[in-house]
Design a protein around this ligand. Structure first.
Ligand code: ADP
Ligand code: MG
Length: 686
């Protein structure tokens, strides 16, 4: 009897060799085969009879190969030619420069081709695309006229996969267990699962595959929301310790001592945080806003609310350098209140660290700043009430949950300088409540962004020289991508040398990702302290690093970066009172339009939306954030409207059955386990 987890080899038509080939494309079981969706479709509903394929039109025809040849030309270009015949006539097809097709296209095969029909000694087609529908002695597909084309591999053609799927589809569909809550399916107007899979593999109309895909996407989004809802459940339920009340002691003092008024958005964020902290459930909130939108001050209100309730508050940064920077900011803001933050850094001596740790465990220290790592290593707190975590986008949902499980269950506030669209946020940060800061508080001129061509290079250098002579500093960013790391690194080094010789006596230094962390930090420190004029950087310069005197950024090969990444980079300048500039050096004409669009926009959320549209799920940072969750069908741009419903349904289900341990939810649990192994760890915790 066939079961979903039956190895594919048990299907008629699959021997050990084929099973091995299937294994390579991730198909091990019959259920995997069902989910091995076509990557495209050929629409043969619009096939033109060969007799009617007239010159000047663009058509799709289907015919048997009656003859074929490779023809040399005078210009040494070899052309592959084949003549196709259907019931109405014959037509010649020509593939210039594709002599290799001679090996795959055989006499007698049934071929589908589409492309323009031209006049060249008679009618001739130059196909853009061709696909073998059947072998010489086979009938054509009797399935639908929309032909699924499957991702294939060596030893396994798309045609073999299609035949296998078509042969077994009805039986396989019988195995499908539709676990999606019915109400969610109906409100999302999605197909039942078996119908969706049928639509994907055996569509009868052009719109069907998309409907099928949408349903499979809904499943993925729902599963992901279940994982996220589970993390949220764990986070919220874990409040044992902190009990905060509104006291208006230190928080009021802070308000009075600030040289500015909080913006309306900041006030709202403070209100939301206060409501969370004084509620009986634990706070698990994300404060999201571009660089410079004033997150630190908001976080400080939360910290002081904890401190005035006799709890300790810590601020965790991802790196030493950022910890130092935050420590300085917090020390300045806390000075009028007579509070001196403790600063726990790796480079302190053992005795210094021990002294700080002693004050943290005795309760003598009320506010502390340091790196995640330092707080996680054997540091105990007397009465920890709040943890603020900066730049949390380096954490995935499982890591956030792991953080929460430890210790006294303090309230948690995460800060992110990477704005993302709401639908994506609900997925990646669905375990958190979210406060958003959109506007920058003081009317600082946005960074002037320009797109220049390579031929303007000398002018750009001149500009760098002038700005540095005027006492400013600059970044020159050079992308290094993994695939060509060595070549890129060399190019970056050459670039630094060139700048050094052209712009002498200015100080030019290089930092790159291959340097040891200490060395990199040392260079960054010297840049921060003004000892370096121009910093050539290959890696994305430390998120959050703040050198107000650096007012120019030049980005080489900007077309290699995603828009959101460019925006992050640009955020390194424009941090002081001075006007700042970002210069993109791009020669690639095709990239110009999108770079100009970027140059005109300074709103991080808007840019994040553009980025998402542009790249779909591609290699979006978000995908990596989603950790082990591979989304094969869902696309946040197209399926954004499904997210809210999936989220509500998942929250309801987890509230009713937090462990998914009662039937019929166990099936769901198994599916999550299969799809998202890492997400499942969350269920094991509980
Ligand atoms: P973020 O952490 O979001 O990058 P910061 O908190 O570092 O932003 O704030 C950026 C700058 O804006 C800081 O110099 C801060 O003092 C200032 N700032 C914050 N809030 C306001 C405000 N409401 N009005 C004027 N300046 C503000
Ligand atoms: Mg900041």
């Amino acid at each position: 009897m066939l079961r979903p987890d039956t190895p594919i080899q048990f299907l008629k038509g699959v021997g050990p060799r084929r099973a091995e080939a299937f294994e390579r494309i991730g198909v091990g079981t019959v259920e995997d085969l069902l989910y091995h969706a076509p990557h495209r479709y050929l629409d043969a509903t619009t096939v033109t009879p060969i007799a009617q394929a007239s010159v000047g039109t663009d058509v799709t025809v289907v015919g048997r190969v009656v003859s074929k040849a490779v023809v040399p030309t005078r210009r040494r270009l070899r052309i592959f030619r084949a003549v196709l015949r259907d019931d109405t006539g014959v037509i010649e097809c020509a593939w210039p420069g594709q002599a290799f097709l001679d090996r795959t296209i055989k006499q007698g095969q049934l071929l589908l081709v589409s492309g323009p029909v031209k006049y060249y000694h008679g009618r001739q087609m130059t196909p853009r695309e061709q696909i073998v529908l059947a072998g010489a002695d086979e009938e054509g597909d009797r399935g639908g006229l929309i032909l699924p084309v499957y991702p294939a591999t060596e030893g396994l053609t798309h045609r073999q996969i299609r035949r296998l799927v078509q042969e077994h589809l009805d039986r396989l569909l019988g195995l499908v267990d539709d676990t999606l809550p019915d109400s969610l399916r109906r409100e999302s107007r999605a197909l039942p699962l078996a119908e969706a899979l049928r639509a994907v593999h055996r569509p009868t109309e052009p719109g069907e595959p998309e409907q099928g895909r949408r349903r499979l996407a809904l499943d993925e989004l729902f599963d992901l929301q279940l994982v996220v809802a589970r993390a949220r459940h764990l986070a919220k339920a874990a409040k044992k310790g902190p009990h905060f009340e509104i006291r208006r002691a230190l928080t009021s003092q802070l308000k009075a001592s600030l040289p500015f008024e909080l913006t309306a958005e900041q006030k709202r964020a403070v209100r939301e945080i206060t409501a969370d902290m004084t509620a009986s459930e634990r706070m698990h909130r994300l404060l999201m806003g571009d660089v410079g939108t004033g997150k630190t001050v908001v976080a400080l209100f939360a910290m002081l609310l904890a401190v005035e309730n006799d709890y300790q508050a810590v601020f965790m940064a991802p790196t030493e350098l950022l910890a130092e920077q935050h420590a300085r900011t917090l020390a300045t803001l806390l000075h009028p209140l007579g509070i001196v933050p403790e600063v726990l850094l790796g480079r302190l001596s053992g005795t210094e660290k021990a002294a700080i740790r002693a004050r943290l465990s005795s309760g003598g220290a009320r506010v502390a700043v340091g790196t995640h790592a330092l707080f996680q290593e054997h540091t105990t707190f007397h009465h920890l009430g709040l943890v603020v975590i900066d730049e949390q986008h380096r954490f995935g949902v499982e890591q956030r949950a792991a953080l929460i499980e430890k210790g006294e269950a303090p309230d948690v506030l995460l800060l992110s300088a990477t704005p993302i669209p709401r639908t994506l946020a609900l997925t990646l940060y669905g375990d958190l409540d979210i406060s958003v800061l959109r506007q920058k508080p003081h009317r600082q001129a946005p960074v002037k962004t320009g797109v220049r061509a390579n031929s303007d290079r000398l002018k750009v250098y001149q500009f760098l020289r002038e700005r540095c002579k005027a006492g400013r500093q600059a970044y020159v960013v050079y992308p290094v991508i993994e695939e060509s790391e060595r070549v890129d690194l060399k190019a970056a080094t050459t670039m630094a040398d060139e700048l050094r010789s052209r712009l002498a006596p200015l100080d030019v230094e290089l930092v790159h990702g291959r340097m040891k962390a200490e060395d990199r930090d040392a260079v960054m420190r010297r840049f921060r302290d003004g000892a370096i004029d121009i910093l050539v950087a290959t890696t994305v310069i430390e998120v959050g690093i703040d050198v107000p005197n650096a007012t120019v950024m030049v980005i080489e090969h900007p077309e290699r970066f995603g828009l959101a990444q460019l925006h992050q980079l640009r955020g390194r300048v424009g941090r002081g009172a001075e006007e700042s500039h970002c210069v993109l050096i791009a020669d690639d004409r095709s990239a110009r339009e999108r770079l100009l669009r970027f140059a005109r926009t300074s709103d991080g959320f808007r840019i994040a939306e553009l980025d998402l549209k542009e790249r779909g799920m591609g290699d979006l940072a978000g995908k990596r954030q989603a950790g082990g969750f591979a989304l094969r069908f869902a696309d946040f741009d197209r399926d954004g409207d499904l997210v809210d419903g999936a989220r509500r349904a998942a929250l309801r289900l987890i509230a009713a059955d937090p462990d998914l341990s009662t039937s019929p939810h166990t099936t769901l649990r198994r599916r999550i386990e299969r799809r998202y192994r890492r997400g499942m760890e969350l269920f094991r915790v509980g």
